[in-house]
Design a protein around this ligand. Structure first.
Ligand SMILES: [Fe+2]
Ligand SMILES: [Fe+2]
Length: 188
C-alpha cells in the first residue's frame, strides 16, 4: 500500500493539513531570503522544518484520511494497513524534533526583535501554534486512531508506548508575548 490510505484511487490525506505545511514552508523560504541575521536564523529553522514536515506527511497525516470513515463507524479490514505506519510514527523521532524547532524559532524571534520586524514575529507565532496543535491534538489523535483500529479490527494491542511526547514547554508561550506582533496583528 502507498503511504497514504487510498480510496477510489485518490489520496485521502486532509488537504488542510498539507496546505498548512506548504504555506509555512513558503513563508519561511521568503524570510530565509533576507540577507541579514533574520535570514540566517530562518535558514537554520528551515533546515529543521522541511524534513520534519516531510516526515509528518509520511507517518502522521495519512492517519487522518480515515477520520471521516471512522466517525461513521465505517471500519474496513484494509484499514489495518495503516497500523504499521502508526507504529513507525511511534518509533520515529518526529515528536522529539519539536524541541529543536522551538529552539530555532526562539533564535529567529530574537533576530526579529532586534530589527523590530513584526511580520517575522507573527510568522514565528504561527509556527509555534502549528507545533503546539500537533503536540496537544494531532499526535495524541494518531494514538487514538491506532487504538480504535486495533480494537475494531481485533488486532492485538501494541505494547504500551512510552509517555506521549508532550514537547510543549514555556518557551512556546514566551514567543506569544511579542507585543509588536500583537499590535500589528500581521500574518507572515
Ligand atoms: Fe507539522
Ligand atoms: Fe511538527
Amino acid at each position: 500500500m502507498k503511504p497514504e490510505f487510498q480510496r477510489n484511487g485518490k489520496s485521502s490525506i486532509p488537504e488542510a493539513l498539507r496546505l498548512d505545511h506548504a504555506d509555512l514552508c513558503a513563508a519561511l523560504a521568503g524570510i530565509a531570503a533576507d540577507p541579514g541575521p533574520i535570514g540566517a536564523a530562518a535558514l537554520r529553522l528551515a533546515r529543521l522544518c522541511v524534513p520534519h514536515f516531510e516526515q509528518e506527511e509520511h507517518v502522521v497525516f495519512p492517519v487522518f484520511g480515515l477520520l471521516r470513515d471512522l466517525a461513521t463507524a465505517d471500519v474496513r479490514p484494509e484499514m489495518a494497513e495503516l497500523l504499521p505506519l502508526i507504529s513507525e510514527f511511534h518509533a520515529s523521532q518526529v515528536g522529539r524534533e519539536h524541541q529543536m524547532i522551538v529552539a530555532a524559532v526562539q533564535a529567529l524571534q530574537q533576530a526579529a526583535r532586534a530589527e523590530d520586524c513584526s511580520q517575522v514575529l507573527a510568522f514565528t507565532n504561527r509556527l509555534q501554534d502549528h507545533e503546539r496543535i500537533e503536540d496537544e491534538v494531532i499526535y495524541p489523535a494518531v494514538n487514538l486512531v491506532g487504538k480504535y483500529l486495533r480494537l475494531s479490527l481485533g488486532h492485538p494491542a501494541r505494547p504500551r508506548p512510552p509517555a506521549p511526547a508532550r514537547i510543549w514547554h514555556p518557551a512556546y508561550s514566551a514567543g506569544r508575548s511579542c507585543r509588536a506582533s500583537r499590535r500589528n496583528g500581521g500574518n507572515a
